[in-house]
Design a protein around this ligand. Structure first.
Ligand SMILES: [Zn+2]
Length: 446
């Protein structure tokens, strides 16, 4: 087989490539790296993906990630042979991505001002560890296994640590997780302990935890599984494949994500760029990213609210100095990211440059919503019988905002990604015991 896979610098004026038999995730020029495949997969694979849904007990066909293995084939495994897959591919018994697909949620559609039939939400909370992270963790840990590493490391607002710890436990390797002390949902912290991770609590926020974990990985030879790792983003592309498969590979008008570290934004962008280049899709959906008002770096920079200048991809030469000046401005003013949606409480999104590329390619938009709007969004998803966390509530909230701004049209086909399930039951209880909340149903006493 002459297929060749490399890591390639995302900066077009650099473009250095690296072999994949190492854990380098940043180019010598400072930019992040992409996984690049030399082969163009034939569109006929669509039929094969469909057939694999009849998995016959093969967990690599049952998995909503590895079912699409031909499109994320950095391990050189595109066979139907179970043993050959099992030698390399990491899966939690086929459960990652297995239950994920878009659903109609009529009450959420009414909330957002959308048609019932064209507004779809895809819950990623039914992944084994309860969030979209499992999509990317199965691929990152596969790469870790290819390198023979014995320890993976991450920083986390909670969901990453739960997912990393779960796969590490299943593969019998060590896992260190760096978390901002007191800033993550109790259910997520509990998962990290439960799966046997070494929890390292950092005084500070997620951004501080990420710096500490990257430093530790460098010093101890641990393998970083945060979304700066390009293999994470390969797995997360399958979120989009499942959306498209549900729509018979006719792209929607919009794909909507909450914005935190911007790994999903970057991954979706790379996915769409590839599918377009391969000739699999003709239409490019627009992306909408929803920031929390209390953690709105991307919103401010992208929309030109800092220095009166919009931060853009600029053909691969974004104004990096402006990002640094923005961070210095945050430090100077003592502005720390603050939102009850802790999953996206991130001030320094590590994937911001890849995210700019994604929005440039898709003519994307960035909006922000308040905690109250996210709580309403979370609650309306619940009233459709689906469970999601507050950060995911940003999706219906953001669509509602884009509708009222006239940017999304009522009959546009919109798919929103609900990134994780509720792991902080206190938030739902708090919401419903306060009768002033839009959808509150307070308890009665007798
Ligand atoms: Zn470079």
């Amino acid at each position: 087989m002459d297929a060749h896979v490399v890591k390639k610098c995302i900066n077009p004026s650099c473009g250095l490539t690296y072999e994949i038999n190492n854990d380098i995730y940043r180019c010598s020029c400072g930019s992040l790296l992409d996984i690049k495949y030399s082969q163009r997969p034939p569109r006929e694979l669509i039929e094969k993906f469909y057939q694999r849904r009849n998995h016959g007990g093969n967990i690599y066909n049952e998995s909503g990630v590895w079912r699409f293995r031909d499109l994320i084939n950095f391990a050189g495994i595109d066979t139907e042979d179970f043993d050959e897959c099992a030698r390399v591919l990491v899966s939690l018994d086929g459960s990652e991505g297995r239950l994920s697909k878009p659903y109609r949620m009529s009450k959420a559609a009414d909330h957002a001002g959308m048609e019932h039939d064209s507004f779809l939400l895809q819950p990623e909370g039914y992944n084994p560890s309860g969030s979209f992270k499992d999509n990317g963790m199965s691929t990152a840990v596969t790469h870790a296994k290819m390198l023979g590493v014995r320890k993976i490391i991450c920083a986390s607002t909670g969901n990453t640590s739960a997912s990393a710890a779960m796969y590490a436990a299943n593969e019998d390797i060590d896992c260190d997780v760096y978390i901002p002390k007191g800033e993550i949902a109790p259910g997520k912290l509990g998962q990290a302990f439960q799966f046997g991770a070494q929890v390292i609590q950092i005084q500070g926020n997620f951004d501080d935890a990420l710096s500490a974990s990257l430093k530790n990985a460098k010093e101890t030879g641990g393998y970083t599984v945060n979304s700066v790792n390009p293999f994470r983003l390969e797995g997360q592309k399958t979120i989009v494949y499942r959306v498209l498969e549900h729509l018979n590979w006719n792209p929607p008008d919009w794909i909507v994500y909450p914005g935190g570290a911007l790994g999903n934004t970057s991954s979706c962008g790379k996915c769409l760029i590839e599918l377009y280049e391969w000739g699999w899709i003709k239409k490019i959906p627009r992306m909408a990213i929803v920031n929390a008002e209390g953690a709105n770096t991307f919103y401010e920079l992208y929309n030109g609210l800092f220095e009166n200048k919009k931060l853009t991809w600029n053909d691969g030469r974004p104004d990096l100095g402006m990002i640094e000046r923005y961070y210095a401005h945050l430090d100077e003013k003592g502005i720390r990211p603050k939102t009850h949606a802790t999953a996206i409480q991130i001030g320094r999104p590590a994937n911001i440059v890849k995210a700019l590329r994604a929005l440039n390619f898709t003519n994307g938009v960035v909006v922000q919503v308040s905690d109250k709007e996210m709580a309403d969004g979370m609650s309306i998803v619940g009233l459709n019988g689906f469970d999601c966390e507050m950060a995911s509530g940003a999706v219906p909230a953001g669509v509602k905002k884009l509708r009222s701004d006239g940017i999304i049209k009522r009959d546009d086909v919109v798919v929103g990604i609900l990134t994780g399930r509720q792991k902080d039951a206190g938030l739902a209880v708090e919401y419903h015991t306060n009768e002033s909340n839009l959808y509150a149903k307070p308890p009665t006493n007798r």
